[in-house]
Each structure stands twice: as structure tokens, then as C-alpha cells.
Write a protein that binds this ligand. Structure first.
Ligand SMILES: Nc1ncnc2c1ncn2[C@@H]1O[C@H](COP(=O)(O)OP(=O)(O)OP(=O)(O)O)[C@@H](O)[C@H]1O
Length: 444
């Protein structure tokens, strides 16, 4: 990576707070759907926090409220103690990627970034810089419409980084990235947080972010079910003893009489006993005259804990088995917060009379993430052979390195379309007389 340093405009960035995110008693209802219910958590600078939950748990809605795109029904979501609308310089305080879509399909990657940089009052150099940061320099003159999903993710991240924000909020950032891309993102985000910034990333797959995050907030059915350190969650993993007794009912009674109450019946007459050793279970069984045909000790892995904490969002059933996907037989970890309100899933097909979609909701055209339209060349067109550019791996994030002037580029002839509200908050153009310290930019 060529040495780069941030343009002077970014040095004037107002450090208006600590970079702390605070969500307090946040609630959002869409008609009968309680998307977010009384959610509270904090995200501290210097850490990467995972915002985890199954599909429909309320993650995107929460992030949208944090970014001022959806008005909360109740509660507050603040950055540096302020709601998004009141941040003096939003694009320089928070950069966000909610969806890696919304690029002008014919605009090149570099010109896309230049448009956003100009809207934030930043020089073109910054566009080259962030493109290099995310490893897309080799594709700078390719149009975004030709990008793969993973490349779009990188371009969206580059857009979010334009303002060198103190806080980075990314919704499912690993979506579409190949293993190399995921490894790169992990290194990048860790380095970004290590430079004292705040990183909040959402995902519905714990394994996908487990190696990136230090802390995690787990939501299920719109409520917080865990808020704490990843290590604390790891330490709270309990072991259980799985036994195949000759008489499950008699052994359950004997265990209960011995003060061991966390006993769960599993299929085929097996029992899962939590907070007991193999020896204890064996001794109690012998005393009760129950034979054991198999005994096994097992420690819950993180994924099982995650499933257990979030089970019930959708009560699907395992094929050929009653009982769905809950993982029985492990206790709740420390940091577990019992959901307070029973969740009511609306009837399938329910539409809120007269108010769908609700005010503030920005409908994006649906695009299946993996279904790209096959490219149709115009009739008679002959594709000239082009040697593919070798892929350039981006280097880990380096906050303060000397700046290298950019290669001049061809400006777009077509005028850019206005930035979309969902992607870029309102922008105040910089005063014509001098350098801008108050220009407002947007998030990606
Ligand atoms: N504009 C809307 N109108 C009606 N319901 C909505 C709207 N936005 C979200 N919801 C509902 O709110 C709930 C939470 O949705 P949300 O998109 O926040 O979940 P999520 O955790 O981000 O899910 P995923 O992991 O699938 O992206 C869902 O039941 C969803 O259908």
C-alpha cells in the first residue's frame, strides 16, 4: 500500500465526544409488529462490538434508529450523547453501511467516492485514499454496477470511511465477502477499533464475527438477551452430562432429591444433566438402582449458547423430530437478560391497515444478494480480450501515514444523481470563503 495521510480537512474534524453509542429503552413498533422492545445497551470506543440476533430480531431497525433513518416509538439512541440529527458533522462522526446497494450502476468506483467526498467537503484525494484502504484501487475505473457483492461491500465501506469517522456502524459486513475478504475485514476492524474508535457490526451468525469482536449484544425478538464480553460468555459455558439410563423417570427423581434440578429429557430416553459431574450422576444412579448404558460429558460451544439464547424467534421443527431447534440442557450464561414481554408474531400476510409502510421507512428495491442479472452484450458487440487486473490485497488499517498524491482521473461526463436520503444524510455545502469545519456529510 502506498503511504497516505489524511487530508487537512479531516484534521479539522470536531472531536465532539467520546464515540460512545448508547441505546436506552429503545422501542419501535410497526403496527402490530414489535420490531424492537425496550432495548438498552452501550458500545464503548476501542472495541469491536457484535450486534447479534436471528433474522427479524430487530438489528437493522435498531441501527436505522441510531442513524436517524427511523423514528423510535420510545426511548433514545445516541452517539456522543446526541441523537444522529443533532450531530454537528454526522459523516465525520459516524460512518455506516446498512446495505451495499444504491450505487449508480454506470459510475466508476472512484467517481462514486469523489461525489460523496465533495458532498462532505473533502478533496478528491480522500476518495483515492479510501479506495486503496479497502483494496479496490485496481478496480477504480470499473463501474459499480459490474461489481460483485463482495466488491460492493468494500466500496460501501470505503464510502463510510470517507469522513474518517470516529464511529463505524456496519450491518452484516461479511455478507458476500470471500474468506480472504472476511480475514481482511477482521484485521481492518480490529485495527480501526485499536486506534480508539468505536465499531458496531451486526450479524446473525456468531461464528462469522466471533474472531473479530470483543463484546457482544445479543437480541432476540426485539429484546436484549445478552450484553457483555465475549470472554465472559465463553467462560459461562456450562458442561452437561448426557446419560442413557435404564429408567429415566427414576433417575430424574433421584437427581432432584439429591438437589440436581436442571435435568432435561432428550430423545431416545436420554437425560441431559447440568451442573453435575459424571461421578455424581453415576453414584446417584447406583444408589437409586438405575443402570446407565452410556455416560458422556459435553461442554456447550458458543454457537450452542447463541442458539439457546435466541431460540424461539421462529419455531421451525427439525426434520422428522418434534421440538424445533432449541438446545436444551445448558443453563443460562451470566449476562443473560430474561425477555420481559412475550413476543407476538403477526399473522402471516398481515398488513397494517392504511399505514404500510410506516412513516420514515425507506423502501429499497428488492435485490436478491446472489442473483446477478446475466450480462447481455449489445448485438454485434465483440468483447476485446483484456488481461484481468491482479487482485490487490488491502493492507490493514493504518491511521496516520504520509499521504501520496492521487493519480489524476477522467471526470464523469454524466451529472451525478442526487444522493439518496437513506444512504447520505442532508449535506450542508461548505462556505465558499475558506476551509469547512461544519460541512455535513453522510453515511454510506
Ligand atoms: N418498515 C417495516 N414495516 C413493518 N415491519 C417491519 C419494518 N421493518 C422491519 N419490520 C419488522 O421488524 C422486525 C425486525 O426486523 P429487522 O429488519 O430489524 O430484523 P433484523 O434483526 O435486522 O433481521 P435480519 O437478520 O433478517 O436482517 C421483523 O419482524 C420485520 O418484519
Amino acid at each position: 500500500m502506498a503511504a497516505t495521510t489524511r487530508p487537512a480537512e479531516l484534521e479539522e474534524r470536531v472531536q465532539d465526544g467520546s464515540g460512545r453509542i448508547e441505546v436506552r429503552n429503545l422501542t419501535k413498533t410497526f403496527g402490530p409488529v414489535a420490531a424492537v422492545q425496550n432495548l438498552s445497551f452501550q458500545v464503548e470506543p476501542g472495541s469491536v462490538t457484535g450486534f447479534l440476533g436471528p433474522n427479524g430480531a430487530g438489528k437493522t431497525t435498531t441501527l436505522r434508529m441510531l442513524l436517524g433513518l427511523v423514528r423510535p416509538t420510545a426511548g433514545t439512541a445516541t452517539i456522543n450523547g446526541q441523537p444522529f440529527e443533532r450531530l454537528g458533522n454526522p459523516a465525520r462522526v459516524v460512518g455506516a453501511v446498512l446495505e451495499a446497494q444504491g450505487f449508480h450502476p454506470r459510475r466508476t468506483a472512484i467517481n462514486h467516492l469523489k461525489v460523496y467526498a465533495a458532498a462532505m467537503g473533502l478533496p478528491d484525494e480522500r476518495a483515492y485514499q479510501v479506495l486503496q484502504l479497502v483494496g479496490l484501487s485496481a478496480a477504480e475505473h470499473r463501474s459499480a454496477g459490474q461489481f460483485s457483492l463482495g466488491m460492493k461491500q468494500r466500496l460501501a465501506l470505503a464510502t463510510a470511511l470517507l469522513g474518517d469517522p470516529q464511529v463505524l456502524v456496519l450491518d452484516e459486513p461479511a455478507n458476500g465477502l470471500d474468506p480472504e475478504g472476511i480475514a481482511w475485514l477482521r484485521t481492518f476492524l480490529k485495527a480501526y477499533a485499536a486506534s480508539g474508535r468505536t465499531v458496531l457490526i451486526s450479524s446473525h451468525i456468531l461464528a462469522e464475527v466471533e474472531q473479530t469482536i470483543d463484546r457482544l449484544v445479543i437480541v432476540s425478538r426485539g429484546q436484549t438477551v445478552y450484553n457483555g464480553g465475549l470472554e465472559d460468555l465463553r467462560r459461562s459455558r456450562k458442561s452437561r452430562v448426557l446419560v442413557q439410563p435404564s429408567d429415566p423417570a427414576a433417575l430424574t427423581t433421584a437427581l432432584t432429591e439429591a438437589g440436581i434440578h436442571d435435568v432435561t429429557a432428550l430423545p431416545e430416553g436420554r437425560l441431559a444433566v447440568v451442573d453435575a459431574t459424571v461421578q455424581q450422576v453415576g453414584d446417584i444412579a447406583t444408589k437409586a438402582g438405575v443402570s446407565l448404558y452410556g455416560v458422556q460429558e459435553e461442554t456447550a460451544d458458543l454457537e450452542q449458547l447463541f442458539l439457546q439464547l435466541t431460540s424461539g424467534q421462529w419455531s421451525g421443527q427439525a426434520y422428522g423430530q418434534p421440538g424445533g431447534y432449541a438446545v436444551p440442557g445448558y443453563g443460562q450464561p451470566q449476562g443473560y437478560a430474561q425477555p420481559v414481554t412475550p413476543y407476538q408474531q403477526p399473522a402471516p400476510g398481515y398488513q397494517v391497515p392504511g399505514q404500510y409502510p410506516p412513516a420514515g421507512y425507506q423502501q429499497q428495491p428488492y435485490q436478491h444478494p446472489y442473483q446477478h442479472q446475466p450480462y447481455q452484450a449489445p448485438q454485434g458487440y465483440q468483447q476485446p480480450y483484456q488481461q484481468a487486473q491482479p487482485y490487490q490485497q488491502a493492507s490493514p488499517y493504518q491511521p496516520e501515514t504520509p499521504y501520496q498524491p492521487p493519480v489524476p482521473s477522467q471526470p464523469d461526463t454524466a451529472p451525478p444523481p442526487p444522493p439518496q436520503v437513506a444512504e447520505l444524510p442532508p449535506v450542508t455545502p461548505p462556505p465558499s470563503t475558506g476551509t469547512d469545519t461544519t460541512g455535513q456529510g453522510g453515511n454510506a
